[in-house]
Design a protein around this ligand. Structure first.
Ligand SMILES: NC(=O)c1ccc[n+]([C@@H]2O[C@H](COP(=O)([O-])OP(=O)(O)OC[C@H]3O[C@@H](n4cnc5c(N)ncnc54)[C@H](OP(=O)(O)O)[C@@H]3O)[C@@H](O)[C@H]2O)c1
Length: 326
């Protein structure tokens, strides 16, 4: 197989593209032939040595999601036939044209999605659905705020909440991208307008925080009584003062979540909930993944540079080229 590896911790100088023997599926694992792989900020953190792969995942091959066709199965993997198109999440090893994944961590790709679109789905839609619908329990008619709405998780969350019948207020700092995010079903504002706009609408019932610590103060001021803040991204910082009086007065909840390090069963629950509640909307075309840019796997350093730069709309993908299916 062809794989992207990190030879150590640092910048793009630690990235290499190498040939390795194909992995062999055992137990409940599937071997997937991959054309496109999605980049995530977690891969960047891993490259910098801040986010090692969890035990059981390849330590030096990044990539936390997978999309492609089943080409081999472990002896007890019975849920998908060889040839099935599947997508889902992995603890690591996703930046390769052959990827092992547990069969409970993938689901069927709907026919409507081609290989490119399917690759832009799993990590961000599973994360957004799990955080907003499963954990924060957003209800129809409630107001969801998405902070950092133009990236992968943000564009997924706006669409999931919109088809669920919620009202969505999205903050996007790049003015050039605001119309694009509005077309997904949100009212789009600049981050500095959040408190005023949310309060004018009765307060936010749920805030999906994708930016991090500097937003915590405004988030609390923007919150409705019984509001829930769910922290998913901390790229702009991890520590912030917290006004406990406001927290109590609003009878508010603040929760944090990660997907990658969960035990096998908990990841399976998140993926299967996504399969039940999000995939039918993807199949019907009511929601769709957004692809910002695609880079050849050989140009993975440029893909990382794009991932880090502001102003993306949706996902950055790697193209491993047409791969043989057997
Ligand atoms: N907890 C989990 O399980 C989990 C899973 C997936 C992702 N995440 C995290 O969730 C966050 C979003 O992921 P993603 O895939 O959507 O990333 P992404 O595509 O890179 O999007 C990042 C978003 O955050 C905004 N942003 C970043 N830094 C900012 C800053 N300093 N001030 C204001 N806005 C800023 C970006 O706006 P600009 O375009 O203007 O920079 C963009 O809208 C990341 O931090 C990621 O690590 C967590």
């Amino acid at each position: 197989m062809r794989a992207v590896v990190f030879t150590g911790a640092g910048g793009n100088e630690v990235i290499e593209v190498v040939e390795r023997p194909d992995p062999v599926p055992t137990g409940d694992d599937l071997l997937i032939a991959v054309r496109y792989a999605g980049l995530n900020p977690a891969d960047l953190a891993q490259r910098e040595g801040r986010y090692p792969a969890p035990p059981g995942s390849p330590p030096d091959v990044p990539g936390i999601e997978v999309s492609g066709s089943v080409i081999a199965r472990g002896p007890t993997a019975l849920r998908f036939a060889v040839g099935s198109r599947v997508f889902g999440i992995v603890g690591g090893g996703g930046f390769a044209d052959r990827v092992l994944v547990h069969e409970l961590h993938v689901t069927d790709v709907p026919e409507r999605l081609d290989e490119l679109a399917a690759a832009a789905v799993p990590e961000v839609f599973v994360t957004a659905h799990d955080a907003v619908m499963m954990q924060a329990r957003l209800r129809p008619g409630e107001l969801l705020v998405v902070n950092g709405a133009n990236g992968g998780v943000g564009t997924a969350a706006v669409q999931i909440a919109s088809v669920a019948g919620a009202r969505v207020l999205a903050t996007v700092r790049s003015e050039a991208l605001r119309d694009d995010v509005a077309r997904l079903g949100a009212t789009v504002i600049g981050p500095e307008e959040l408190v005023e706009r949310a309060v004018a609408e009765g307060g936010a019932d749920v805030i999906l925080e994708l930016v991090g610590a500097p937003n915590l103060g405004p988030d609390l001021r923007a919150l409705a009584v019984r509001g829930r803040i769910v922290i998913v991204g901390i790229g702009a910082g991890t520590e912030a003062p917290l006004d406990l009086r406001k927290l109590m007065g609003r009878r508010a909840q603040i929760m944090g979540t990660t997907l990658r390090a969960r035990p096998l069963e908990e990841k399976a629950i998140a993926v299967q909930a996504f399969a039940r509640e999000v995939v039918p909307h993807l199949a019907a075309g009511r929601i769709a993944p957004l692809v910002d840019r695609v880079f050849p796997a050989s140009d993975v350093a440029a893909a990382f540079d794009r991932l880090q730069s502001p102003g993306k709309l949706g996902k950055v993908l790697l193209d491993f080229g047409a791969t043989s299916r057997s």
